[in-house]
Each structure stands twice: as structure tokens, then as C-alpha cells.
Design a protein around this ligand. Sequence first.
Ligand SMILES: [Zn+2]
Length: 214
Amino acid sequence: MSDWIEQQTERRPLASTEHYVLLCLDLANWRTGDVPDLANVAYRRLTTNTADWSLRWATIRTDPTVPVEPRALELGAEMRDVLTRVVEHRNLAALRKRRDASIAAVSVAATRLQVLDDSLQHEHGYAAGTGDGSIALLLAFVLDPKRRFSRQLRRCLLPSCGRFFVVPLGRRGGPVQDYCPGTDHQRQADKLRAPARAKRARSRPSRASARKGK
Ligand SMILES: [Zn+2]
């Protein structure tokens, strides 16, 4: 197995929104036992200018003894908190207020403009910084009803997991995806519920006989 993971985002216009939100999920989902440098790299990229191609390339060290920057974990915990409120539709007005109050801290610049056929292609660069800017930018993306993240964001229902993920859109009437894709988390959750169901079923006749004995 390689000791290095090379990460690269695709070079295509308007990719920075998706890129930014997915990095936020990386950080919010990170927990002890995951590759430590994953959190460091996500943190560094979220708090610097997303338009800078050299920063969009990252080499993640898979060495498990790499120390995790405490600031990365703090920001991850904060993102976990706001994302939980978003998926539970809890206190959204307060989140919007927080976004609006700190969005000035985020600088946005179009870094490349080109005319392709009839359309203007452009790339945005976001420099969120280390303060409330990165939270504000995350909220701007996930709370914007015109962006797909407001409909795509999910949180895994397996109690021991609770990771955030985005689901593909466009399959109306399909099964609702409530568990991490590509894992057995749904099966684990079903297993957890099975004994509780059996216990409920067993307890019913005993309650009836207890009443009879009175
Ligand atoms: Zn899960």
C-alpha cells in the first residue's frame, strides 16, 4: 500500500463550491482513527484561497502518528454543529444571521473568465480565512435554496456514525438514502433495531398476564 494519498480537484469552471462543501464534510466527519493528516489538509485548504491551483493539490500523509492541528478539530466540531442544525432544520434563522454577519469576512474574486460558445465561464476563488469566515461560507452554500446542497445533505442515521454526506439528485420516488453510501451502516442499524423489536413483542403477553393476575 502506498504511504501517500494524492488529492486533486478537477480543473473545471465553478467547481469551487462543491469542492469547498466536500472539504467541510471531510473536516466535520473526521474522528479519531481516521488518517490524521486528512483533517490538517482539509483545514489548510478551507482557510486559504480556493482559487489557487497550487493549494488545491494536496499530499496527505497516511502516517498515523502525524499530529492533528487542534484548530482543525475545533473548526470540524463547529461545522458538525451547524450541519446538524441544517439537516434537522433547527434554528435556521439564527444560522442565516450568522452567515450574513460574517460574510463580509469572505473575499470572493473571479480568477478566470473565458467565453466558451455562448456562455461565460468563470471560476470563483473564495478566501474564507480562519475566523467565522469559513463557517459563513459553508452556510452560504448549504442554506442557498438555489444550490443543490440544501436538498442533498444527509446525516447517517446509524447512532455510532452520524457522518454527513451528499446524495445524488434526480431520482424522484427512489428510496431515501439515510445511511453512508458504500457502507454496511444500514444493515448495522437494522441489526440494532431487531432485538428491541423482539423485546417489545415478548413484553406484550407478559403485561397481559400481569393484569390478569391482579
Ligand atoms: Zn454512516
